[in-house]
Ligand binder design. Sequence first.
Ligand SMILES: [Zn+2]
Length: 493
Amino acid sequence: MSTTRITGRYVIGFDGTGHRLLENGEVVYQDDRIIFCGFGYGGQVDHEIDAGNAIVGPGFIDLDALADLDSTVLAFDNGPAWRCGRVWASSYVEQGPREVYDRNDEDFMKRYAYAQLLHNGITTALPITSLLYREWAETHDEFARASDIAAEMGLRVYLGPAYRTGLSMIRPDGRFDMHWDEARGLQGLDDAIRFAQDYDNSHKGLVRAMLAPDRIEGCTQELLERTRDASAALQCPVRLHCCQSQLEVDTMEQRFGTSSLALLQEIGFLGPRTLLPHGLFLGGAQARRENIEQELDSLRDSGSTLVHCPIVFGRSGKALNSFSRLRQRGINIGLGTDTFPADLIRNMHAGVMLNRVQEDNAQAVSAADFYNAATLDGARALGREDLGRLAPGAKADITVFDLSGFHLGQRVDPIQTMVMNGSGSDFKTVIVDGRIRVEDYRIEGVPYADWHRRAQDQYDRLRASYPERTHLHPPVEDIFTPSFAPLRAGEDQ
Ligand SMILES: [Zn+2]
């Protein structure tokens, strides 16, 4: 048994109800557990860490954690989604989709992404990757390797291969359509169940299982019902993307004559283990006040969690309507990064601003509300009273946010300054399960320059592969246009 004490200018302790600010406080952990948080620990300690002018806080919980080389950012200035390959061309589906990455690429991007998460003070992650460059979905073997990678990097994860029974595609005439393969999707669920049985609670509990059916419009009712039953039998979280696009709303209306949440409520899919990104399109095709009210009640009464990812949707002009109002209604809301950078602090800042714009009220929400969402509310979503807080008995998932940076300017209040002026790159030390993973801004053994180059190479290959999947197959320069028209040497100015 080894005991470590961390002292710092500010410690965010937990008093049994909420976070408290402990000036010149201390937190003491033994192996993987916190044994003390307060002032003047009297026991024996083996190691001392003086964090100095810093916030010593709990690690963040990322419920929709970016875990690949993000393809969403390719659409930043290149929408709409179907124009830049985010909905597959039907000709690509008919010819038979292919894996763009090989096994080494897949493993590398996970290792790379998990390192990014750790650097951003994220100690618990529920990874999400895109299926756009997959032959169909994710696999058991790939996730067996992902478990090892997470353990090697020392990131706490909830893992499960994504699966689906169908996908949206676009016909040459511009019509949207669905392609179905239910047998393949049900096989995907069986593989995911096998993964959960093999790997839940592995690597000393660092790796837990979750079920990750892909977005709702690609799921048959059979797949949803079997997923619901598997989540109950395995007692593991299930994450399902829904209420996130107009295409989804229209597809659900066509298939079921109802909204995504109404269907989930009807089949008993909602519950305390259910995590739902992104909650933007409520009420279905006929979004009447009473439909929306009913959906919100079903979320609250079932104890489901909405996963809010302010930046990824803010970039496409959408915002949860609204974080503060849904929270006041009693709906649990956790946070996710979902896009690059995997930075929950930047997401908190965007979240606060978008919320205040939505409500036209600067008092609608605070930095603390979003800090709670990234810690305590994320832990509630996972049914984990030992995460997201610094208190005796909690896991030793601890971060040190350095306040000494010149770029941070003046301190107003540590958390408000963190949210307004800081970013994930201000985390100096990150401890997961009692082990120091980031020390002095570095993860031991990561060849940063090499990874940076390799990620760019892999990304360039991904980008070059877009024409085959994109509507009418334009050349790649027409899919992703430059911000300014390029001018090359020797050309007339
Ligand atoms: Zn998402």
